[in-house]
Design a protein around this ligand. Structure first.
Ligand code: PGA
Length: 268
């Protein structure tokens, strides 16, 4: 990426790490980044723990004044009431969360999360003062048919069409081709760029130049320290949503450092 957008390296822990493991990880990540003189003004780092670890992460981040952000992996579309097992956006916001992942392909697959529900999640997250990380991306079948760009752009358009410019400007979009998630098959830099660019141009058509220029578009799907540089070099790729590699603290800190180095070199 070569723009004024601050890159975001976000770890999606999925259903891994209890609250003690989470605290240990965050502490170690903070040490590694501090020892490397990591510049948080040049790259945001965020973690998405399970709900059960959020409070512990909050206590640590606030006590040690860490610059690491955190968020949740899903949210209820309702604000309170008889919804056993659900967690509201306000509850998540009260824990100091900045982000909530919305519409991850695993949520779309294993839970009844359709576009209408995802629109409501986006609205709930925004209303609670947080930023949705909206996940989109084609399956292997759409890619085989050569319609991957239309598919990802269509998903963004379906979810965002009724947002105001101000609301849309708070989105983070994660382009995550489903075939790349957890498989070790990563998109090429060029295909991540093509998708990110197509999504950005559609934001421009729907919302105008400010939203198009300011919304960060992440790539997700088998990101590691070995492929991060190729991906982040692309002008419309503004960071990563990372699953497997975000469970390894050395790997995650390396990806964050490579992101700063690559984007700073490109800006020179
Ligand atoms: P992965 O997961 O990095 O393990 O492919 C990415 C994601 O699901 O967000």
């Amino acid at each position: 990426m070569v723009s004024a957008r601050i890159p975001l390296v976000a770890g999606n822990w999925k259903m891994n790490f209890d609250h003690l493991e989470a605290v240990y990880f965050v502490q170690k990540l903070a040490w590694l980044l501090r020892d490397a003189h990591f510049d948080f003004r040049k790259c945001e780092v965020a973690l998405m723990p399970a709900f059960t670890a959020l409070r512990s992460v909050q206590v640590l981040v606030e006590a040690d004044k860490l610059k690491i952000h955190y968020g949740a992996q899903a949210v209820s579309v309702t604000s309170q009431g008889a919804f056993t097992g659900d967690v509201s956006a306000d509850m998540i916001a009260r824990l100091g969360c900045r982000y909530v992942i919305v519409g991850h392909s695993e949520r779309r697959k294993y839970h009844p999360e359709d576009d209408a529900n995802i629109v409501d999640q986006v609205r709930a997250v925004l209303a609670a003062g947080m930023q949705p990380i909206l996940c989109v991306g084609e399956s292997f079948e759409e890619r085989r048919q050569g319609i991957e760009l239309e598919f990802a752009v269509g998903q963004v358009r379906d979810v965002t069409r009724d947002l105001s410019d101000e609301e849309a400007g708070k989105l983070v979009i994660a382009y995550e081709p489903v075939w790349a998630i957890g498989t070790g098959m990563v998109a090429t830099g060029q295909s991540a760029q093509d998708a990110a660019h197509a999504i950005r141009m559609s934001l421009r058509t729907t919302f105008g130049r400010n939203v198009c220029d300011s919304v960060r578009i992440l790539y997700g799907g088998s990101v590691t320290s070995r492929n991060a540089v190729e991906l982040i070099t692309e002008p419309d790729v503004d960071g990563f949503l990372i699953g497997g590699a975000a469970l390894d603290v050395n790997e995650l800190s390396t990806i964050a450092r490579l992101t700063v180095k690559t984007t700073s070199d490109a800006a020179k």
